[in-house]
Design a binder for this molecule. Structure first.
Ligand code: PMV
Length: 361
């Protein structure tokens, strides 16, 4: 008789934007980064992923944003499922459906939310119940930054020092409600190119070829301490210059890579210049820009300056859409978590099936 399929599990995870960037892997087999990184988990945006392991399937089926996945994106998901199958000691193929409520592969970190959601859904669907820390350790094998999307608020991914990676994990350093005045005004630019080279490969080109990369490593511990302290004290005047210093350092690392990596368009650069002009005119740090390996720009400001910052960004030619997002909660299961699975550590947090995610405005 055919074995019954296991229940489908749905898990939602948000993207995050790094204030201190992960860029460079010191151990590829264990997915260990050179440096610690620190990010803000974003509310309202999410990847929602449903996984069901089914003995009747003879290969994994993967649907991303309503269309069958193929090539690199599908291979990444299948590789990750193999890891989960190994961990759970199962061999069934899986049906995976995942959708984002924001533009994919555009600098809004869909790989972070996507692999965090896949990790949450696939492990539970395979009968594994991991603690959030263990889930985060697993998620980084899909995409490094995914390990931070398991947690809400302000999240640090500690690089650790141990060769076995036991001290390499993400954790929330301040919760989503720590600093309610802090907002991220995201400027989506027209004609944002979709990524050419995967960041996992691009960052290793930086490690190999950028003369600046190791200098950046020397600078990072002080910068990360400063950023953590400024967030702790809710001091925008200290945080904003450090966010931009770090973004510029990341961009320098990319630009000094051979061949050079350039993720920005002329519109993105006009946004950076607008933020600099705004701060100069105001004589204070009203806002801070940062960006990932993509063309859209995140502009942090305080709630009282939000309307002004939005107006200024809307005036930049080529800015197509502006979203305002705040720090938000981390990943969670949608609907009841399965009982009776093999429990490893604390079960993931769950939220009722009725929970709704408002679409971004
Ligand atoms: O997680 P990956 O492999 O997509 O790399 C993320 C790299 C950056 O987004 C540029 C930095 C970061 O820490 O998120």
């Amino acid at each position: 008789m055919a074995r019954p399929s296991r229940p489908a599990i749905t898990y939602e995870a948000p993207p995050n934007i790094a204030l201190v960037k992960y860029w460079g892997v010191r151990d590829a087999a264990l997915a260990l980064p050179y440096n610690s990184s620190l990010s803000v988990t974003l509310e309202r945006l999410r990847s929602r992923t449903t996984v069901r392991f089914d003995p009747a399937l003879n290969a994994d089926q993967v649907e991303l944003n309503g269309a069958p996945a193929s090539g690199g994106p599908k291979e990444g998901v299948v590789r990750f499922l193999d890891r989960v199958r190994d961990l759970a000691g199962i061999s069934e193929s899986a049906d995976v459906r995942s959708a984002n409520n924001f533009p994919t592969a555009s600098g809004l970190a869909s790989s972070a939310s996507g692999f965090a959601a896949l990790a949450g859904a696939a492990t539970q669907a395979a009968g594994l119940f991991l603690s959030d820390r263990e889930l985060s350790r697993l998620a980084r094998f899909g995409s490094g930054s995914a390990c931070r999307s398991v947690f809400g608020g302000f999240v640090e991914w500690r690089a650790g020092r141990r060769p076995d990676g036991r001290d390499c994990y993400a954790r929330s350093v301040y919760g989503p409600d720590h600093w309610p005045e802090l907002v991220d005004v995201v400027a989506l630019v027209r004609d944002a190119p979709t990524k050419g080279v995967r960041s996992a490969e691009a960052m290793q080109a930086t490690v190999r070829t950028s003369e600046y990369f190791f200098q950046r490593q020397q600078e990072l511990p002080a910068r990360i301490r400063g950023i953590r302290a400024a967030i702790g004290a809710r001091r925008a005047d200290r945080l904003f210059p450090l966010i931009m210093e770090e973004c510029d350092s990341f961009r320098t690392a990319c630009e000094t890579t051979h061949p050079a990596l350039d993720y920005l368009t002329s519109i993105s650069r006009a946004i950076l210049a607008e933020v600099q002009g705004l701060n100069r005119q105001a004589g204070r740090f009203v806002a801070a820009y940062t960006h990932d390996a993509g063309a859209h720009v995140h502009v942090f400001t305080l709630a009282r300056d939000r309307a002004m910052v939005r107006r200024r960004l809307a005036g930049v030619d080529g800015v197509e859409r502006i979203l305002t997002v705040r720090p938000g909660p981390g990943g969670h299961t949608v609907g009841p978590a399965r009982a009776g699975g093999r429990v490893r550590g604390r079960a993931g947090r769950t939220r009722g099936a009725a929970a709704r995610v408002r679409s971004p405005s």
